[in-house]
Design a protein around this ligand. Structure first.
Ligand SMILES: N[C@@H](CCC(=O)N[C@@H](CS)C(=O)NCC(=O)O)C(=O)O
Length: 311
């Protein structure tokens, strides 16, 4: 069965996964979701997690692109995005890009000229609703101011240009790696951001690299409505779980009621029974009135597990 990506066109993290699907030539199903809350069909699947994108395989729901990348790597090991030549380094650079580069590119691009460009033609109430949604979404996460974001971005762009000046086609050498996809998506957002995109003009090697990645495309996909995806989850059974594969990292036994939540932003907790605890993945099983029994998977890094105390 094709994996289902729940996403919207302008999401950088969704672009990372769409491009990975194209790179790995995995046929997929596209479900378009709202850009702001409410997202009733997303929440039926995840139990509260609202970040974009999520990947669905039947009644298994995968949150966060770090984990989604691993799922796609299992589905199509070749071409790999974890090649030997950059093993160890690529995932760490990818994590830096997903956090720091993204956290620089977004406030830079959404400076007043970029925000006006992005919102052109939208009525004031839509603009206000978007700002209020993202303010609540960010919570206490500090946001770079435009001058700091601009200067930091120039430093980073210079470093990427230096890496590519070594003559290698990809950031970390002769083979593409997850680092390329994670550095790409924040720059993709800058590039389509209107006037602020001018910052990219002085970096010719980086431009050629961006064009190479853009040329990968999104592969072959069909479409589904989000309600049909919820019904599909309800009609499916989650993949079998192996309690022997469960590592006790928190003093919590298999099946303990817990919540799992992101620790940086978009921290809405998801409640269920703690059923996956591996080196790089955690997850819980929950029963949803519409989606039925689903298993919601998260990467280990960036999420916290809390025991639900009996009332
Ligand atoms: N670490 C997360 C970050 C995801 C993220 O920040 N996504 C943005 C969109 S690019 C988001 O959720 N924005 C709010 C929303 O879509 O509701 C991942 O890798 O998936």
């Amino acid at each position: 069965m094709r994996p289902i990506l729940h996403h919207y066109p302008n999401s950088p993290f969704a672009e990372k996964i769409r491009t990975l699907l194209g790179f790995k030539k995995i046929p997929w199903t596209s479900v378009l979701i709202p850009v702001i809350m409410p997202k009733p069909d997303v929440v039926a699947l995840t139990g509260g997690h609202r970040r974009t994108p999520i990947l669905q395989q039947g009644a298994d729901i995968y949150c966060d692109t770090a984990l989604i990348t691993r799922v796609l790597e299992d589905l199509a090991p070749e071409p790999t995005v974890f090649p030997e030549s950059s093993a160890g380094l690529a995932p760490i650079l990818a994590q830096w890009a997903d956090a720091t580069l993204f956290g620089t590119a977004i406030p830079y691009t959404m400076q007043p000229a970029g925000f006006a460009y992005a919102m052109a033609g939208q009525p004031p109430e839509v603009q206000k609703a978007f700002m209020a949604d993202r303010m609540a979404f960010r919570g206490a996460l500090p946001r770079l101011r435009v001058p700091e974001a601009t200067e930091a971005l120039k430093v980073y762009l210079g470093e990427f240009e230096t890496l590519l000046a070594k003559g290698q086609p990809w950031l970390l050498g002769p083979e593409a790696s997850i680092a390329d996809f994670s550095v790409y998506h924040p720059l993709w957002f800058v590039a389509r951001g209107g006037p602020p995109a001018a910052i990219l003009e002085d970096y010719p090697r980086l431009r050629a690299w961006r064009e190479r990645i853009a040329a990968i495309g999104h592969g072959e996909f069909d479409r589904m409505e989000s309600g049909a995806a919820v019904a599909l989850a309800a009609a499916s059974t989650p993949k079998p779980l192996d309690p022997a594969d469960f590592q006790d990292t928190h003093g919590l036994a298999f099946g303990t009621p817990v919540t799992i939540a992101a620790i940086d932003y978009g921290c809405d907790p998801v409640a269920g029974e703690f059923v996956i605890s591996r080196a790089d993945e955690i997850g819980l099983r929950r029963v949803d009135p519409r989606a039925g029994t689903v298993v919601v998977h998260f990467p280990r890094i960036g999420f916290e597990i809390r025991k639900v105390e009996a009332a």
